[in-house]
Design a protein around this ligand. Structure first.
Ligand SMILES: [Zn+2]
Length: 109
């Protein structure tokens, strides 16, 4: 599953086919009809969670809700901008613009 991390308010939002926004409203995103590709504003981050890991962790937790074990851990990562099933559209830029100009949306190339 894919989540969106807003760099403005540090909220994390799970993405669905319906457009969802973070707490501050400056970032939004959603899944396309293929249920795989996401569109979200730049500069938010696309966070992936390995679905099989999540299922395993949820089951392990249900079996032993008071235990900490390797089975309740899961892989998650920040999707690189080269990931073909994550696309960005221009959103609200961060206020601290680095010397040299305004950051541009990433290119997948
Ligand atoms: Zn936000």
């Amino acid at each position: 599953m894919k989540l969106m991390y807003c760099v403005h308010c540090q909220d994390i939002v799970r993405l669905f086919p319906e457009k969802r926004s973070c707490r501050c409203g400056k970032s939004w995103g959603h899944y396309l009809e293929d249920r795989s590709t996401t569109v979200q504003t730049w500069p938010s981050l696309s966070v992936g969670i390995a679905n099989p890991d999540f299922v395993q962790a949820e089951r392990a937790f249900a079996d032993a809700p008071r235990a900490f074990s390797p089975e309740i851990t899961m892989r998650c990562w920040i999707n690189p901008v080269s990931e073909p099933d994550v696309t960005f559209v221009q959103g609200v830029p961060v206020e601290e613009v680095p010397v040299g100009g305004e950051p541009a949306p990433p290119s997948a190339e």
